[in-house]
Design a protein around this ligand. Structure first.
Ligand code: GDP
Ligand code: MG
Length: 423
């Protein structure tokens, strides 16, 4: 009997032992995965740059310009990170800035521009005064033409451009074609459109080189630095990798202003020491952009120098140095002009045009003037396309210029509102 009990006890012990073995057997493999551990840990740091982090880092392991936070572990983990992560430069283009609103349809575009042109649309403004003259007129006569001319001239359209605009109205009148107010508006709008559609590049900044180098020039206070900040915001929102060059080296405040924009937008700002040669700053910025595989360099410049050096000579030097860094650079030279200074700015603008191969105009502060006609006058007098207009101080207030919606915003009837241009 005792033997039976002993046997049962032995069997029981054996069963427990086997059960235990089985259990530990399934657990063992679960402990083996650790090897992939370090790879998982590295992946997020590699594939996503901190959204607010300032200068874009090369991301690709070799260049290592400012790879500070990474202790540089061996390549395998990095490769693993790449496999599942976006392509090489994804880390650099995480848009740090709020997306710029691009109005979906034409109506929105026109409405947005019209808000920026509010001063010109008011009773005392360019459009407001024309409306008071033309709308509701049953009889279109020579006196009206004269009065219209007066409004154009006092709205910074300029003498020549006014003459051109009014020629068509006068001819139409002589032929008896302008029988009512709407026809006069039509004639005016279509002439304004013709003048604004100057030959040359249209629209925003197109990529023309790697990087595409854009130089912004113009007198002090025109809005160069602000425009660079706004442009950088737009370009970043479109996923482009932008480097800023602090080429206004004569004022420490100007460099600082650009640095602030750089931080806000999330772009690297290349700057020299106080009073550094602006050409060398632009040169360094282009090289930096090449190292980083950046798409665009936006270069700021001085609008006035406190040395005896002529500003135009200095600007030419900058352009030449840019070309040494990269053939074909600068790909664009934009002249930034303050719309509120109107016709007075034209003499200086012509100097810039003589000295440099300008590719377009940025007309800032249109929100601050009632003389919106200045856009037509400037485009015509300089024979350069307007590429952007500034309608306020916020980043989204820089608008890519398109002649037709602009003419509609400036000289078109209000959407369903009272005071329509047509009657
Ligand atoms: N209202 C308004 N102000 C602007 C616009 N563009 C620039 N500004 C302002 O004009 C001033 C001079 O601009 P800044 O960029 O420093 O000119 P810069 O000397 O040519 O670089 C700043 O106070 C800007 O905020 C615009 O489109 N509208
Ligand atoms: Mg500036």
């Amino acid at each position: 009997m005792l033997a039976v009990y002993v046997l049962i006890a032995v069997i029981a012990v054996l069963v427990v032992y086997f059960l235990f073995l089985r259990k530990s057997g399934t657990e063992t493999p679960a402990v083996t995965p650790p090897p992939p551990g370090p790879q998982l840990e590295r992946k997020p740091a590699d594939s996503r740059a901190p959204a607010s982090a300032e200068p874009a880092k090369p991301g690709t392991a070799p260049s290592g310009t400012a790879t500070g936070p990474e202790p540089s572990p061996p390549p395998p983990p990095a490769r693993k990170g790449r496999e599942s992560a976006p392509p090489p430069r994804a880390a650099e283009v995480v848009p740090a800035a709020p997306a710029v609103q691009v109005p979906g349809d034409r109506e929105q575009l026109v409405e947005g521009m019209r808000r920026g042109l509010a001063k010109s649309r008011e009773t005392e403004g360019f459009f407001g005064r024309l409306r008071a003259l033309i709308s509701g007129k049953r009889e279109i006569d020579a006196t009206l033409v004269q009065e219209m001319e007066e409004v154009l001239l006092t709205s910074d359209v300029g003498v020549e451009t006014t003459a051109l605009l009014m020629d068509r109205v006068k001819q139409g009148l002589a032929r008896g074609e302008l029988s009512d107010a709407e026809k006069v508006w039509e004639a005016l709008r279509s002439e304004a459109l013709k003048i604004l559609e100057v030959d040359g590049r249209r629209g925003g900044i197109a990529l023309r080189g790697k990087p595409t180098v854009v130089l912004l020039v113009g007198v002090n206070g025109a809005g160069k630095t602000t425009t660079i900040g706004k442009l950088a915001t737009k370009l970043r929102a479109n996923g482009q990798h932008v480097v800023l060059a602090a080429g206004d080296t004569f004022r420490a405040a100007a460099v600082q202003q650009l640095v602030v924009w750089g931080e806000r937008v999330g772009c690297k700002v290349v700057k020299g020491k106080d009073g550094a040669d602006p050409g060398s700053v632009v040169f360094d910025a282009i090289k930096q952009a090449q190292d980083e595989g950046a798409d665009i360099v936006l270069a700021d410049t001085a609008g006035r120098l406190h040395t005896k050096t002529n500003l135009m000579t200095e600007m030419k030097k900058i352009a030449k140095t840019a070309e040494k860094a990269l053939p074909d650079a600068p790909h664009e030279i934009l002249l930034v002009m303050d719309a509120t200074t109107g016709q007075n700015a034209l003499a200086q603008a012509k100097e810039f045009k003589e000295a440099l191969p300008l590719t377009g105009i940025v007309l800032t502060k249109l929100d601050g003037t009632a003389k919106g006609g200045v856009v037509i006058g400037v485009a015509h007098a300089l024979s350069l396309p307007v590429r952007f207009v500034g309608l306020g101080e916020r980043a989204e207030d820089l608008r890519e210029f398109a002649a037709e919606p602009f003419v509609e915003a400036l000289l078109g009837r209000e959407a369903g509102g009272q005071g329509s241009a047509s009657n």
